[in-house]
Design a protein around this ligand. Structure first.
Ligand SMILES: [Zn+2]
Length: 151
């Protein structure tokens, strides 16, 4: 006997309606509140209950959920929301490290008169950068060491 295979796995959680009606007027027109934006899986209509305070869904569609508590659950949510990784902490730290390295290289080039005229750097100095006195040989060596990649 052939086993029946579902072509698409069933969706987890609730369906969110694409263009939800945002507000609901209840109590005979006295209260205007946010409407739950969940979509009924049976009727394909928007849920008719008001959303909970500060939430977009009612208590039956996940409004009472307080989110993931465990470390792996939080990691799963973080991975689901990650789009390009340009602003992750690791990417920011690497960018800061590279710009500090570039700043030391610029200082060394200016010190050796390597450029036609002194290069001016703009903006605040990177977080890993400290101004070194390059006439002191010890600090010059330190600046050269800081231009080397860590690996
Ligand atoms: Zn609802």
């Amino acid at each position: 006997m052939q086993k029946l295979v579902c072509p698409t796995p069933p969706k987890q959680g609730i369906n969110m309606i694409q263009n939800p009606e945002l507000y609901l007027i209840i109590a005979g027109g006295k209260i205007r509140c946010r409407r739950c934006k969940a979509q009924s899986s049976r009727t394909k209509l928007q849920c008719a209950k008001p959303a909970l305070k500060g939430k977009v869904v009612c208590q039956f569609h996940g409004g009472l959920s307080t989110g993931p508590k465990t470390k792996e659950g939080k990691g799963r949510i973080r991975a689901a929301h990650l789009k390009h990784g340009e602003e992750t902490l690791e990417a920011k730290a690497e960018r800061s490290e590279k710009s500090a390295m570039f700043r030391y290289l610029t200082d060394l080039g200016n010190h050796c008169n390597m450029f036609y005229k002194k290069l001016k750097t703009r903006g605040r100095p990177p977080s890993g950068y400290t101004q070194l006195d390059l006439t002191d040989p010890e600090q010059l060596a330190l600046a050269i060491l800081k231009t080397l990649p860590n690996k």
